[in-house]
Design a protein around this ligand. Sequence first.
Ligand SMILES: Nc1ncnc2c1ncn2[C@@H]1O[C@H](COP(=O)(O)OP(=O)(O)OP(=O)(O)O)[C@@H](O)[C@H]1O
Length: 296
Amino acid sequence: MKTQKTILLVINPIAGGTDKKPIIEAFKKHVSQNNDESIIYETTGKNDKKAIQDLITEKQPDRILISGGDGTIREVADAIKGESLKIGLLPSGSANGLATNFDIPDSLEKQLKIALGEHFIAMDLLEIDGFTCLHIADLGVNAQLIENYEKSEIRGKLGYLIQAFPTLINNDFPFEVKIECDDETCIEEGVLVAIANANKFGTGAKINPTGKMDDGIFEVLVFKNFSIKGILETFYDDVQLDPDFVKVIKCKEVSIHSKKPIAFQIDGEFMGEKQLIKAKMTDSKLTIAIPKSFNP
Ligand SMILES: Nc1ncnc2c1ncn2[C@@H]1O[C@H](COP(=O)(O)OP(=O)(O)OP(=O)(O)O)[C@@H](O)[C@H]1O
């Protein structure tokens, strides 16, 4: 009988622009302390999904730890779709929206204990226009902000704030959308339409306080007001879900139509300008090791 476990680390060497040696060393130490076997796969940015799938077939790992940003987690989620493999998170990207949602701590030692621990969530996975979405996608002001931020030189929250003002003065906002959900169709005007499985943006702002990540349902949120103060509070603080400010629709499938092309993003990645977006809840779940204190 196989008693020794095999733990695969998928690590993105360029994520967050940081040196990954300390992560690799700490990973090896923790795995060997448990008398388990460690395997390391460094992503290349080309054909990683296939390489990860081949490694899984060959080595049959018991768990996959992921060190990178949301892009690397999405790559692994796509590679293991339909399999019941457990994953753990060692966030090291410039954007770690999913880890922020699970309150994963900053300390690498604590991250490793959680990632190799026995407390899990079976997280819902959304499919939006053929792409996997882990936590939040949106149309409008936030996606525009991400595009402007990607083009700018200033990083971190300050970079977002500096970009916020020209973004908000953009003539495209507010915009009108037709939303066709499970059994509801409505026309709304807003500055941001979010499709949310999670509660928080990568900035930590709790935009969807009633959302649960394992309930088989997602929320469509329409932020209606064109108020700079309201929008900034939405990004950086917890929002009050005042129905005058935000409409919330719970559903399993949605089509969102806009008369004009509007900036769109999935999990912090700018996807271009879109007029039609189709999102649905999938049957796949992602089993993720999370802190014991996390209450989904
Ligand atoms: N060795 C590599 N060289 C160049 N790009 C890579 C490499 N490995 C992965 N990538 C790319 O890294 C991206 C994923 O990065 P991820 O989101 O995990 O980290 P990040 O630091 O948050 O990235 P970003 O700065 O784009 O937000 C993917 O586009 C992937 O193709």
